[in-house]
Write a new protein. Sequence first.
Length: 415
Amino acid sequence: MLIIQHKLKKIFLYFGALFCVTLAAQDQQLLVAVLDPVSNQNVSSIVKMAVTGTLEEHIVRSKKYRVVDRVRIAQILTEYAFAKNGLVDNNQVKEIGKMLQADIVCVSELLQEEGVFLAKCSFINVESSEVVASATEIIETNSAIEIKSAIERAAMKLLGVENPREAQAREQAIKELAERKLREQQEQADRERRIKEQAARENEARAQAEREREAREHEQRLRAIREAAREPQDLAAIAKDSIKPATEDIKAADDVEAAKTKIEKLKKNFKISTDEFTKTTTYIHKDSVSLVFPVLHAGIAGDHIFVVSIHTQKAIRPNSIIVIIDDEVTSFKSIMADSHYTSLGRNICELTTFAFLDNSLVRLIASHPQKEMRIRLSGSTGNVDFTLPKKYHQSICDTVELFDALQIVKNGGKP
């Protein structure tokens, strides 16, 4: 029994000490008297009560101050005949504060004009009559909810407390910014991944194309070896006199006028220039200037037909040309081949000019205008294989035809 009494005594002492500490803490809190707002006649009593109540609510909630009871304030104002509305004199505010034994008086002004409210709230130190805190809000509507929200913001400014809505809005903005940055980082990572995947696909496609090209070149080398094994007898198997010229109509004619007519007809397809020093006239077909590689074309320089090849592959310095028609192979060995590099368009090309003993090469090409013509440029370091485009095939046919017409005119009707 004594033990229980001893424990109860300790509990009572604990709660008594706690109560004393609470009272001491309350005594240390400043006492605030919240007066009714000063207002013009346009402001209703309900709005004024809402302002006063909102200020009291937030001052109490801050736990920084104690608030004078509203009944006590009303008694003092009535007893000493102070007007309840219109307390704007700091001396009156100080006098009322001393009567209420308050440390701070909270005064407010609320003015309304054309539906717009102006609210001003201030903390006035009773001892010094100084304004220790002030806040102003403009409300562009007469909504009670908007007025209450504006007074809440003003109260928080007076108390130095952050507005929870503003804090929440700031936290939400920070969160959205972080999420946006995360999305941007993810999108950037996705873009980089797609770029890498695309680059990998392109590299694989190039590698596959390179493998296929090497396989074709390997097959072409094997075919060239097989052809070279039978070259002496087979490549020369086609007799030159069996090649039919493409210009039999002009060759058979002994009429110089007919040749001149043919020349005038063909000249419009050629670019014509004359060397002032050698007096040599050169004819180059207009289609020969198109930038399609590899290619083979011919031109006329005086009494000779020259052949030019252009390709963009590795330098092979070609010295012979092989023509394949319907799998029949004919080789033409150049007596002179002048090769050099030149820039055509965006390509660095090897341009080779060939000189032959006769015009058998171009006459062979001209004698088969409707045939597919496969060409091989052969050099000491490799080969270049391609199919002669129809446009260039026709330009060579026109060149041979013009050359024969020029020779007929020059020779007085003899081809």
